[in-house]
Each structure stands twice: as structure tokens, then as C-alpha cells.
Design a protein around this ligand. Sequence first.
Ligand code: FA5
Length: 330
Amino acid sequence: MDSNKAIAELKKDAARVANTNDLVLLKSKYLGKKSFIASEMAKLSLLQGDDRAKLGKQLNTLKTSVTDIIQATQDRLDKSEADHQYAPFDISSPGRSLSLRSRVGHLHPSSLVLKESYQIFTELGFAIVDSPEIETDWYNFEALNMPEVHPAREMQDTFYIKDSKQKLLPRTHTSGMQVRFMQANKPPFKILVPGKVFRNENEDATHSWSFNQIEGLVVGEGVSMSDLKGTLLQVVKRQLGDSTEIRFRASYFPYTEPSVEVDAKYQGKWLELGGAGMVHPEVLMRGGIDPNKYSGFAFGWGVERIAAIKYNISDLRQLWRPKIEFLEQF
Ligand code: FA5
């Protein structure tokens, strides 16, 4: 009987044992009914005298060695399980490496301005209202006193969706929500409509073909131009700092009367934020609201223009280029 060969084979198999299942198979192979030891034991009854005693002794020694090796393997498994279960684990420790997986991300500057705007406007009692990015020509233009031939459409030249019965277009401004909302709600209300808008634009440092706007609409009894100015001043002070001033410049929008451009004086320079005005009586009527009883103000600001002022970005086209080094500065 070659005990050494059996032990060498067992040691190799034992080293490969990785779990309890492997251990059960190892035990069965070396101590089970079909094991080498079992078949040698069976031979014992055929032997007599010294031969029998010699083989008996060899088998006992082999069995002891096999049992010891299997026990050592069992101990090794138990220990690794214990290590796994009881090793202290600090859940607050940082990731193992500064790989993408463990890095903390950040919001896009437009999202930062939007998030801050939601905070400020909701504190002022405004409800945040979503609206469709694909709008009908009627809500986007006609309902706002811009019939098909109106020159003000030129300023918001856009892309149209071919073959659509209702003349659909990616909205050119968030003002398309004004009449939609009035038709579905009774005054008084104060809403903020954020969202992406799209224009066929010659891009430059202050113009991109897609950008975000926030539209404010307030309708109620006795709403006046001074409410508009007071609201916008509060917001601008919160957004750009307490010392920021605003000014109104006379302007023209077909859906507000009077209309103004709103500028903010930030770090000594006057910068344009957006358009505003008192809601035109015909627009109120199209929304089912009696202009003799109610009045309202509206404004529409460019989110990226605010981001540019706030974060000192000289060319807002950079906001739409996927350059992570640029975007993670804010
Ligand atoms: C409008 O879009 C009007 N709907 C605003 C309004 C709402 C007036 C309610 C009256 C009542 P305007 O086209 O000027 O107006 O755009 C408003 C603001 O959006 C601009 O002042 C500017 O801040 C931003 N903006 C306009 N065009 C671009 C552009 N191409 N890229 C980035 N921001 C832009």
C-alpha cells in the first residue's frame, strides 16, 4: 500500500477546498465507502497473522494522517468565515480608490440656478408648474397676440414639426404655458414654469439654440407693476446678493402691456435678465379670465444668463459642451 502517494494527493485536493461543499466532497473521497482507505480495510479480512497486523497498523496511521489533514482544512475554512463575519467594517470610510465609482458628483450650473430658483419662488408662494416642450403654434404664438404674419415671431424663429395637423413646434419660450394654465385654473395664482426652449439661433457667447427659461405668471385682483418690480427685486437680491439693483427698460412684447426688459446691476455692470410686463387683457380673455376684474404680471428669464452672471462664465455655449473639467468648477 502506498500511503505516501495517497497523502500527497489528499494535500493537493485539500489546498483547493474553498467552501463547505468542497470539504464534504473531500471527506467522502478520502474517508467514505468508496475511498482508498475503505478498499484497503476490506482487504484486511483476507489476510492472516503478521500481514494482517502490518496492514492494520499502516491503515490506522494513514487514517490518522487523513483525519488530521481534513480537520486542518475544516479549521482553515472556519477561520476565514469568522474573519469575514466579524472583521470590523467602517461604513463611513471612503471608497477604496478615487475611481469614478467612489467620486462625489455635482449638478450642472443650469440645474444649480433652477434648484435655487425653485427654493426662492416657492418661499414667495409660487407653485412650480411643468409644461410641454412640444407646443402648438396656437399656444406658443397665436394665443399671445402673435398671428402668423406678426413680426415678433421673427425674434423667435424656430423649427417646426413637419406634417403635424396642429402645427407643432419645440416651444420657443415658456410663455406658451400662460394661456394653457389660465384655461385650466381660476385666479388668484402664482406660478413658475421652468423648462428648455429651442430657437433657430445664430449662436454666440450669449445665445445658444437651446436654453432654459423660468416663466413667472401671477394673476389676481389688483396685481400691479409695483408687485412685479418688488417680486423681481426680492428674487434678484436672493440670487445675486443683497446689494444687487434692478432697473426696468421700456420694451415690447405682444402679450404684455406695458412691457419691460429687466436688467440687474451686478459688480458694477448692468446685465439683461429677461422680459416682463403686465399680462395683456386679450391674453387674459383667451385664458377665460375677466380683465375687468383681474390683472396679472408675467416675466421670462434666461437661466443660463443668470448662471453666466453668478459663476462668471464668459461664453454660455460652454455650458452645453460636455467638458467635465469646466462643469465641475461650479
Ligand atoms: C421671451 O422669451 C419672452 N417670452 C419673455 C417674457 C415673458 C416677456 C413674459 C414678457 C412676459 P426673450 O426672447 O427676450 O423673451 O428671452 C428672454 C430671456 O431668455 C432673455 O432675456 C435671455 O436671458 C434669455 N435668452 C434669450 N435668447 C437666448 C439664447 N439664444 N440663449 C440663451 N439665453 C437666451
